[in-house]
Write a new protein. Structure first.
Length: 336
């Protein structure tokens, strides 16, 4: 036997031997990814090794309560963000006062901040989730309505969307509903041509009740949700924006959106109604949909917890982010 053949046989044997331990390991308890090296430490964060994230549990489906836990889109994104930063996660319910939580040092960052907010007491990140007042239709080819077409539009009474419908299309087009679920039932029953809602809340409500509905127009120019950090904490600001950029580019946030909303939310190419183009549908001063008005269809978090999982697992985002920090997420501040 030639030396060349002998060398090839020995190489093959070594390859097989090297592969055997890997095969044996595969029958064990599964792969547990290593925690990444922390990108920040104190004093940039208040507790070494842990990112303390504030959410508003009255802002469903961004954050709410289910099965004695804080769950929602923001919780999943916070878990992925902490993982990307090499940190464990602690979720804190800060209500509607992020400024107080940041100034008192209760949290390091706050999720769910409206990108159009003129607040100057904190720094805000790039937008991680778009939103706008949207018009939903049963068909994704439905035309953009105009006042001349006399559309019938369902909306939850006393919401921003109801105000926008009355403002642009007139009271004769408005079909009030007690909650957003009823409005989508009207759409399914052909009682209305469209449903007006905050884009995020509307997609969540339609997805949960299995209604086929697509966003076909926007009644306000798109804005988005951001992350707030204390204005003087420039080190944490950079770490947050860097991690957020990665989650947006590698598809993690898209996976989370699909989990909660049924689709990845992209409003960039959605046409505007005439009122939105004129800047006349801002609904300024009206009741906030995400703070209990239009959120009625989304606040039944007990069922959501069963349907969607506990909400801290990162929405099957293992393809783009590990579950190490997600599994360590702790609901604090009265959430447990």
């Amino acid at each position: 036997m030639s030396r060349r053949i002998m060398a090839l046989l020995m190489a093959a044997a070594l390859t097989v031997a090297a592969a055997l331990p890997l095969t044996g390991c595969s029958s064990g308890g599964g792969y547990t990814p290593e925690l990444k090296s922390p990108t920040v430490s104190s004093p940039a964060i208040g507790q070494d090794g842990t990112l303390r994230v504030g959410v508003n549990t009255d802002q469903s489906p961004l954050a709410g309560r289910g099965n004695d836990k804080i769950i929602g889109i923001d919780v999943d994104i916070a878990a992925a963000l902490a993982d990307e930063m090499g940190l464990k996660l602690s979720i804190v319910d800060v209500g509607s006062d992020p400024v107080k939580a940041l100034q008192e040092g209760t949290v390091d960052i706050v999720m769910g901040i409206d990108g159009t907010d003129s607040q100057t007491d904190y720094w805000t990140s790039d937008e991680y989730l778009p939103t706008a007042i949207a018009l939903f239709a049963a068909s994704n080819t439905a035309p953009v309505p105009t006042k001349a077409t006399s559309p019938k539009i369902g909306a939850q009474s006393s919401s921003k969307s109801a105000w926008a419908v009355n403002n642009e299309f007139g009271a004769e087009s408005m079909r009030s509903a007690t909650n957003l679920g009823d409005a989508f039932n009207q759409l399914s029953n052909n009682t209305v041509n469209y449903v007006a809602s905050d884009a995020v809340i509307g997609l969540y409500a339609a997805h949960r009740q299995g209604t086929d509905a697509s966003i076909v127009a926007l009644m306000s120019k798109p804005s988005g949700y951001c992350i707030a950090v204390k204005k003087t904490n420039t080190e944490l600001q950079k770490a947050v924006n860097d991690a957020l950029s990665t989650l947006l580019s590698n598809g993690t946030i898209e996976v989370i959106e699909k989990k909660w909303l049924g689709v990845a939310l992209d409003l960039e190419d959605v046409p505007l109604t005439a009122g939105a183009q004129a800047g006349g549908s801002s609904a300024e001063g009206e009741g906030g949909e995400g703070e209990g008005t239009e959120g009625d269809a989304a606040k039944d978090q007990g069922d959501a917890a069963k349907d969607q999982g506990d909400g801290a697992a990162g929405a099957d985002a293992g393809a783009a982010a590990s579950s190490s920090s997600s599994a360590s997420a702790t609901a604090v501040g009265g959430a447990a």
